[in-house]
Design a protein around this ligand. Structure first.
Ligand code: FAD
Length: 403
């Protein structure tokens, strides 16, 4: 399946990581990672950092799955509001999931600093806008829950919203713990860094089509008929991971994004914060280093790539209409439009860990619209698992909760 179409900004902005290395023989490796997106790259980086060599396989050009389409807003806010998640899975687990997500933004920042790369990571605040009367009720409940459990949050009332952000609205929640980045640049630079240090091998244009379990690991089979013998296999195959899962655990959605031409810097809103709202599906926006505005949302259930792509024009118009309503004084001239697919689980949390328990097939599927914070969490958790170190986050994200 095509994971995206149209022209994602990041393809135009970055030089393609043009590395072509299909697997042409049978090999034996310690740890095989299927997928070279931001999840696979972070997992590989974490393994290398702890002195464990690994090999990444991707059926495409490196990191050109969902990662190249991502708008890469990094927020502690999971797709399911905390107040709702508490009702769904209980206070202890919901708060722990939110706190893990909050911590992962700092961990991402430190990961890039440690290896000396700069994927345009920038700290920016977030504004979560009430889009309706019902949305206002939600942010009030959400404020109470976040404040009670020690998550960073400030209530912005109608007056403050107008005065500070020049937005006409009912109210919003503000926090200054978020960030934004270029996830394609992050993934490709991490892979290149570890490859150059000879800690990582990368095979592109190599699809893994089957696998066989052995007593002490797995044999993977490529579409060209080559065998890969490994002690552990990590499934970071994003939304195409279905063939490795014991049963369907994900619901696929199509999502749309538009980027503007650069805008005069003085016209941009206060602190250039990430903005999203309480609508379902939600509407969101961010800016870029060169003063463009990215807007996105208009999610619909995914049927097939052709149906998804047919909607690009009308979704673009809808997104610009929503932007104009919020910021009528900013002239949004669309430059590029694209769409992509993402998936979510029943409870809105990712699938991270071995399945079955203690198996040597480990999953790192950072599902949902806020997937990248989960990718960071997955990298740490899976390496802890391989090193047999305790990681309490397994109780939140292990696959067996949905079986
Ligand atoms: C338009 C859009 C906007 C988004 N915005 C945000 C956002 O603002 N913030 C956020 O946190 N998240 C966002 N997301 C979600 C985020 O982009 C994803 O969670 C993240 O990119 C997933 O990365 P990944 O590495 O897990 O998957 P991918 O990038 O899809 O990588 C998986 C890789 O596995 C490879 N693969 C699959 N099957 C096989 C196989 N059998 N053999 C070999 N290789 C295989 C694929 O080719 C692919 O390269 C957005 C997504 C989209 C589409």
């Amino acid at each position: 399946m095509d994971l995206h179409s149209g022209l994602p900004f990041w393809i135009a902005k970055n030089a393609l990581y043009d590395y072509f290395n299909p697997l042409k023989r049978d090999i034996q490796v310690e740890i095989a990672i299927i997928g070279s997106g931001i999840t696979g790259a972070l997992v590989a980086n974490e393994l290398c950092d702890r002195g464990i060599s690994c090999t990444v396989f991707d059926r495409r050009t490196a990191s050109t799955g969902s990662t190249i389409a991502s708008t890469a807003q990094l927020q502690y806010e999971i797709d399911v509001p905390l107040s709702q998640l508490i009702k769904d899975i209980g206070q202890e687990k919901a708060v722990a999931a939110y706190k893990a997500s909050l911590q992962s933004i700092t961990d991402l920042e430190q990961t890039f600093e440690k290896v000396g790369i700069n994927p345009d990571f920038k700290r920016v605040p977030t504004l979560f806008l009430a889009d309706s009367r019902k949305g206002f009720q939600l942010i009030k409940e959400e404020f109470t829950a976040r404040e009670k459990y020690g998550l960073p949050v400030r209530f912005v009332d109608k007056k403050e919203l107008k005065k500070e952000f020049n937005i006409d609205g009912r109210g919003a929640l503000y926090n200054d713990t978020s960030a934004q980045m270029d996830s394609y640049k992050a993934a490709t630079q991490l892979l290149e860094y570890r490859r150059k240090k000879k800690q990582l091998e990368l095979y592109t244009h190599t699809e893994i089509i089957d696998f066989k379990k052995r007593e002490s690991g797995y044999d993977l089979i490529s579409s060209e008929g080559h065998f890969i013998r490994c002690k552990y296999v990590i499934i970071a195959a994003g939304f195409e991971a279905g063939r490795f899962l014991p049963k369907p655990l994900m619901k696929l959605e199509s999502t749309y994004a538009v980027i503007s031409q650069p805008v005069e810097e003085t016209k941009l809103w206060q602190e250039r914060c990430l903005i999203w709202n309480t609508a379902n599906p939600y509407f969101y926006m961010r800016t870029t280093k060169d003063n463009r505005i990215i807007i996105g949302g208009e999610d619909v259930p995914f049927k097939d790539p052709i149906k998804r792509d047919k909607l690009i024009r009308s979704k673009k118009d809808q997104l610009i209409k929503q932007f104009n309503k919020l910021f009528p004084e900013i002239d949004f001239v669309a430059d590029m439009t694209w769409c992509g697919t993402f998936s979510s689980t029943k409870d809105g949390l990712p699938l991270i860990g071995p399945y079955p328990k203690n198996d040597r097939m480990l999953f790192a599927l950072g599902y949902g619209g806020n997937g990248i914070t989960f990718s960071m969490i997955a990298a740490q958790m899976l390496v802890n698992c391989i090193e047999e170190k305790e990681d309490k986050r397994i109780n939140l994200f292990e696959l067996s909760r949905l079986m």
